[in-house]
Design a protein around this ligand. Structure first.
Ligand code: AVI
Length: 316
């Protein structure tokens, strides 16, 4: 059984370098969290999901398993299942028995990883039409004609919505709403605000996996920018900022550090940090209001016994 694959994403090296230089030279240095995910970074993130401290993945899985019948009833069968940031496609595959999708459309920027995953999954489920799409869906959700227009269900699990700012998240949800068509919907998982004593260890674990994930970004930058970052010069930091409702990950210079890259460089003083990721947490009310403002209605939600995580099905 052969699957379809459409590649819409081509990395623009000049634009990547320009974005990285802009962030590194900023008064408050930053790097976009998308650069956490080179080949090693993707594997480190998969390992983070298995950490005892990193509750979101297993809590969401528990909610989906526990409520699969109700979710199946709310969503209906024969959907066009569009899996945003599909990765290894494992989360969506667990929905197949309940949703019996007519078409499965995994979308990811990490093209080679996705290609292998879809190929393996198509062998296991020859009855489902599968069309993988390599694209960066954060800007536009203009899907190719191969994607059915009927009964579109966008699946966006893992609280990936939290890596956008609330303004970006609202715009993104609006794009999803527009791409849903008349009879579509969204199945989304979002992490809820909770005690920093639970939140912070999830982003600063005892065996240092999240630290390695954050520091690995510097090695990725060395490749992309021709830079000479030494991970040993930097320290991983993760703090919950209750005012913003977000975990911030930083890389903090252990001493004065001179970094050079092709055509430039910067001196970082001791303690100066680079902001590498924000992970926003929401209250149930704030998230439901955001869904509504984006044009979604008839929202049904499921949570875990601790109220740590929320899964919502919303209709366009
Ligand atoms: C992918 N994303 C939802 C993760 C999060 O929790 O924000 C990325 C992550 N960063 C550190 N640990 C996990």
């Amino acid at each position: 059984m052969s699957y379809g694959f459409i590649q819409l994403y081509q990395q623009n090296d000049d634009a990547v370098r320009a974005e990285l230089r802009e962030g590194l030279l900023d008064e408050h240095p930053w790097i976009s969290p998308k650069y956490l995910y080179d080949a090693l970074g993707s594997k480190l993130f998969a390992a983070i999901c298995a950490l005892p401290e990193y509750y979101p993945t297993r809590t969401e899985q528990g909610i989906l398993q526990e409520n699969m019948r109700a979710i199946g009833k709310s969503v209906g069968r024969g959907v066009t299942l569009i899996d945003l940031g599909a990765g290894d496609c494992a989360k969506a595959a667990k929905l197949f028995p309940a949703l019996q999708p007519a078409q499965y459309v995994p979308v990811d920027i990490s093209v080679e990883y996705l290609r292998e995953a879809v190929s393996a999954l198509q062998c296991l489920h020859p009855q489902i039409q599968m069309n993988g799409i390599g694209m960066d869906f954060s800007g536009s959700l203009d899907l190719p004609d191969e994607v059915r227009r009927e009964k579109r269900l966008f699946f966006y699990p893992g609280s990936s919505i939290g890596n956008f700012t609330p303004e970006q998240a609202a715009a993104f949800l609006g794009n999803v709403r527009d791409a849903c068509g008349r009879d579509g919907g969204l199945l989304i998982g979002v992490d809820l605000i909770k005690d920093p004593g639970i939140l912070e260890p999830a982003y600063d674990d005892a065996i240092g996996l999240t630290a390695a994930f954050n520091l690995n970004m510097l090695q990725h930058l060395n490749v992309l920018l021709g830079a000479d970052f030494r991970p040993n010069d930097w320290r991983h930091r993760a703090r919950f900022h209750s005012g913003h409702g977000r975990i911030e990950m930083h890389l903090e210079a252990r001493s004065e550090v001179q970094v050079r890259w092709n055509g430039g460089g910067r001196l970082f003083h001791e303690g100066q940090w680079i902001h590498t990721e924000s992970s926003y947490k929401y209250t149930r009310e704030a998230f439901l209001a955001m869904l509504e403002r984006a044009g979604f209605g008839e929202v049904r939600c499921w949570t875990d016994p601790n109220n740590w995580f929320l899964v919502c099905h919303a209709r366009a």
